[in-house]
Design a protein around this ligand. Structure first.
Ligand code: CDP
Ligand code: MG
Length: 139
């Protein structure tokens, strides 16, 4: 099924100028960039995005991290994009991520793990809508 997912290049990665290297991995797997922008979130905006995690112990650190510098938000469209992008990223903790995955290659820690990807069609819908309007998605 052709679907869309939200990917984020996190502040640890934008700081190291590896946006292109990361997005190339998506494009190499036939995921198309149909919307993209760079922005610097406030802590409140980061908290709104990650509100499902508001009761987790890591929430305060996570929202500090996500607002410490620029991010690049991207809508990736293609066959099974939600699963495919999560497989390309690898496990949340770079130490546990399979060799060759983005987080294994570039992640600095379980928090500073370089990328985000939606985990379900429902979260993709919320997350894409958090950053983009329908008119921004150009197929
Ligand atoms: O990003 P992913 O869906 O793999 O993981 P998550 O469980 O939805 O957590 C969201 C983000 O919170 C992670 O990507 C990490 O940046 C951060 N996190 C953390 O700092 N410490 C944890 N124990 C778990 C997640
Ligand atoms: Mg998640």
């Amino acid at each position: 099924m052709i679907q869309a997912t939200l990917a984020i290049i996190k502040p640890d990665a934008t700081k190291r100028n590896i946006v292109g290297q990361i997005l190339r991995r998506a494009e190499d797997q036939d995921l198309a960039v149909v919307a993209i922008k760079r922005l610097h979130l406030t802590k409140k905006q980061a908290a709104g995005f990650y509100s499902v995690h508001r009761n987790k112990s890591f929430f305060d650190d996570l929202t500090d991290f996500m607002s410490e510098g620029p991010i690049v938000v991207v809508v990736l469209r293609g066959e099974g994009s939600i699963r495919k992008w999560r497989d390309l990223m690898g496990a949340t903790d770079p130490v546990k991520a399979s060799p060759g995955t983005i987080r294994a290659l570039f992640g600095e820690s379980i928090e500073r793990n370089s990328t985000h990807g939606s985990d379900s069609p429902e979260s993709a819908c919320f997350e894409i809508g958090y950053f983009f309007s329908g008119l921004d998605l150009v197929k």
